[in-house]
Design a protein around this ligand. Structure first.
Ligand code: OAD
Length: 239
């Protein structure tokens, strides 16, 4: 793949790089995306049926089983070449932040260090009824030992606020970076979908790598339509 000299120069000169990732970065690890026809998780179930507090209250076992299935998929999956290329970019950049919407933990397993999770992590748990701070959980039986409440997955559900620390860190990094990557995300879920605009408004170069066109595609400085696990390693090799 040929990369333009101006793109490579921007990357070599960048002191602050931010990469936003979505479900597409994990697709080549065998994880389902959310919105793609046929394979997307949401094509089989309506999100409001499963990823809400109301659903957990109404059909706790069904929701828990679905998360157990997704958690197991994540455990069985391995980080792919796209995850690993981002680790390499982090090592080379003077300052780097990975902002992920994914909850699968694959970036951490690949070796990414500077990372914020905007939508939580499926491998963590929270006390549903009282949000007990103690983390004294009986995961096997799905109970909080402090109050006896039920355990819910440590992810952000529809209608819930994003973790404020993670969001503020992501916004601040986006507003200060020289290069902003948007990788494997449909760029339709806010506030993550707004981060590239903040970066752009602050003068940063926007690079999108995504299999299909998104609302960002016509506005990005550089846009690559294809698999992140193929394009990212080639880009790293070219820098
Ligand atoms: P989506 O499923 O909306 O989008 C995934 C994007 O990845 C699509 O645009 C695909 O074209 C692209 N894609 C698929 N395979 C790829 C590959 N190998 N390389 C590059 N791109 C690829 O997933 P997200 O944008 O992550 O939120 O969705 C954002 C949020 O919506 C999720 O975090 C989730 C969901 O509601 C919550 O659960 C809170």
């Amino acid at each position: 793949m040929n990369f333009s000299p101006s793109l490579l120069e921007s990357l070599r000169a960048a002191t602050k790089i931010v990469a936003l990732t979505g479900a597409g970065i994990s697709a080549e690890s065998g994880m389902a995306t959310f919105r793609e026809a046929q394979t997307g998780l949401w094509s089989k179930f309506r999100p409001e049926e499963l990823a809400t507090a109301e659903a957990f209250r109404r059909e706790r076992k069904f929701v828990q089983d679905w998360y157990t299935w997704r958690r197991q998929n994540a455990v069985n999956a391995k980080p792919n070449a796209g995850h690993l290329a981002l680790v390499e970019i982090e090592k080379r950049a003077p300052e780097f932040l990975l902002v992920t919407q994914n909850v699968d933990g694959l970036h951490q397993r690949a070796g990414s260090k500077q990372l914020v999770e905007l939508h939580g992590n499926i491998h963590r748990f929270r006390c549903f009824e009282n949000d007990c701070a103690s983390d004294n959980f009986d995961v096997e039986n799905g109970r909080c030992r402090s109050c006896g409440g039920h355990l819910r997955p440590g992810v952000v559900w529809f209608g819930e606020m994003l973790p404020i620390d993670a969001l503020e860190t992501a916004i601040s990094a986006a507003e200060q970076c020289d290069v902003f990557f948007s990788i494997g995300t449909s760029s339709v879920v806010y506030p993550a979908a707004d981060l590239w605009r903040r970066a752009k408004d602050s003068g940063s170069v926007i690079i999108e790598i995504n299999k299909d066109p998104t609302p960002l595609t016509p506005l990005a400085d550089y846009s690559f339509l294809g698999n992140a696990g193929e394009i990212l390693p080639q880009l790293v090799a070219a820098i």
